[in-house]
Write a protein that binds this ligand. Structure first.
Ligand code: COA
Length: 170
């Protein structure tokens, strides 16, 4: 699997996942641990700022979700920002030492459920155009590319807007 790690791993060989790994709503004092995961998972130009995380943690309608490991490290997280019709998913990330165990899939499924619970019509996100495996992963989870966004991150670094309409059964 291609690594997108932007910094050294914390070396969590002694931490483990609770089974099942159940996401919980983040609280304001999770900020430092959430931002540490963001720093590990995204290169600088693709990171949400600490201010953006703080804003979502205190915003009445935004939802920050995370999964803790046994030692209290945040190993996966995402931000959900409901808009008038759609739920926008930001900063979906899983700690490099805990990838390919379904945590990303768990959070993605939760985002789709929240879209339905909130009465919204679709889930929307932006993904870097230079990550075909990530695009394919979202497509396997029912997302479709909607619009190419040239220079979205910075000059020469494009993105795709993807959307996932709710199915009839959702
Ligand atoms: C995308 C991400 C959250 C997936 O988390 P995860 O817990 O590993 O996801 P799952 O275990 O549910 O699924 C694993 C699958 O993700 C796919 N995948 C996602 N991103 C990938 C990437 N950049 N390169 C390769 N495969 C990737 C693979 O198909 C992988 O399958 P495998 O286990 O057979 O290799 C994680 O890779 C990550 O944090 N990446 C860095 C941050 C990022 O780019 N986030 C997306 C923002 S749009």
């Amino acid at each position: 699997m291609q690594s997108t790690t932007a910094g050294p791993s914390l070396g969590l060989q002694f931490a483990s996942l609770p089974r099942p790994a159940i996401p919980r709503r983040a609280e304001r004092d999770d900020l430092a641990r959430l931002f540490e995961l963001e720093r590990l998972c995204f290169e600088e130009e693709r990171r949400d700022s600490k201010e953006a995380w703080r804003y979502s943690l205190s915003h009445q309608r935004h939802e920050v979700w995370l999964i803790d490991s046994s030692d209290g490290t945040v190993v996966a997280s995402m931000i959900l920002r409901p808009q008038r019709r759609v739920l926008v998913l930001f900063s979906l990330a899983c700690h490099p030492d805990f990838r390919s165990q379904g945590l990303g899939r768990t959070l993605l499924a939760l985002a789709l459920r929240r879209t339905s619970d909130l009465g919204l019509s679709e889930t929307v996100l932006e993904v870097a155009a230079d990550q075909p495996e990530l695009l394919a992963w979202y497509q396997r989870h029912g997302f479709q590319t909607r619009r190419h966004l040239p220079d979205y991150y910075h000059p020469g670094h494009h993105a795709w807007r993807m959307h996932r309409p709710l199915g009839d059964h959702e």
